[in-house]
Design a protein around this ligand. Sequence first.
Ligand SMILES: Cc1cc2nc3c(=O)[nH]c(=O)nc-3n(C[C@H](O)[C@H](O)[C@H](O)COP(=O)(O)OP(=O)(O)OC[C@H]3O[C@@H](n4cnc5c(N)ncnc54)[C@H](O)[C@@H]3O)c2cc1C
Ligand code: FES
Length: 219
Amino acid sequence: MLGLGLDTPGTWLLPRPFSIGWRSERGLIGILLRVFGRGTRALSALTPGETALVLGPLGTEFEAAEGRTTECVAGGVGLAPFVFLAAEEIAAGRPVRLVYGERDAEAVFDTDLLRELTDIDAEVFTEDGSRGTRGRVTAGLDPAADSVLCACGPTPMLAALARFAVEHDRDLQVSVEEHMGCGIGTCQGCVVRSSAGRWVKACVEGPVFRATDLDWGAP
Ligand SMILES: Cc1cc2nc3c(=O)[nH]c(=O)nc-3n(C[C@H](O)[C@H](O)[C@H](O)COP(=O)(O)OP(=O)(O)OC[C@H]3O[C@@H](n4cnc5c(N)ncnc54)[C@H](O)[C@@H]3O)c2cc1C
Ligand code: FES
């Protein structure tokens, strides 16, 4: 994870959290950016030659396992960390599956670009069926698969996957989408509740957690 902000006069912006989307052999990094509000709009308006504040890398990352498929389950902008993860795993010769859900076809990221960056085809699900398979990403999962299950997306999706994982005795890692203020553990703006009843900071102890380490509340 990176914190990305602006420090140009007149456009001061506290860093917002972003996943490292990809890296090039020349040492450049890229991010996948979706515009939600003021911060992402300002960052998307940057032009070549302008500078941004970059803080990182921060927090924890997904862990793949030798000899097992990494099954990435993405909802919306939760796709971003899996572009990097999939590309790294494929480059290391390990199999990856990418299951990617959106509300509708209009929200789906450029799948040709995704293939170019990762070397795999995403399996797309949309809630209204306007692209790919109709339904939620959970419908695309085989309960009996022996994969490493990794998920990133809105909390209700992660909670549904956490229930799926418990029900089918699957290991699941989740990257939570908390709003963040500082990214370095000082502001308390990103806390999530652990299964032990403790508040934990998603920016330093996460954003990637074992699903069983978090409290998902009642279904
Ligand atoms: C660990 C982590 C990694 C992330 N990686 C990426 C990434 O690689 N690419 C990317 O585009 N975004 C990513 N995000 C989300 C991104 O950080 C937010 O979209 C951004 O902080 C929003 O800032 P803003 O100022 O544009 O919007 P704000 O002004 O803060 O919010 C505008 C509106 O959008 C809503 N909103 C904000 N974020 C989200 C969201 N994620 N989903 C749905 N609604 C939201 C707010 O509730 C509010 O209503 C990541 C978030 C986390 C926690
Ligand atoms: S973002 Fe400030 S403590 Fe986590």
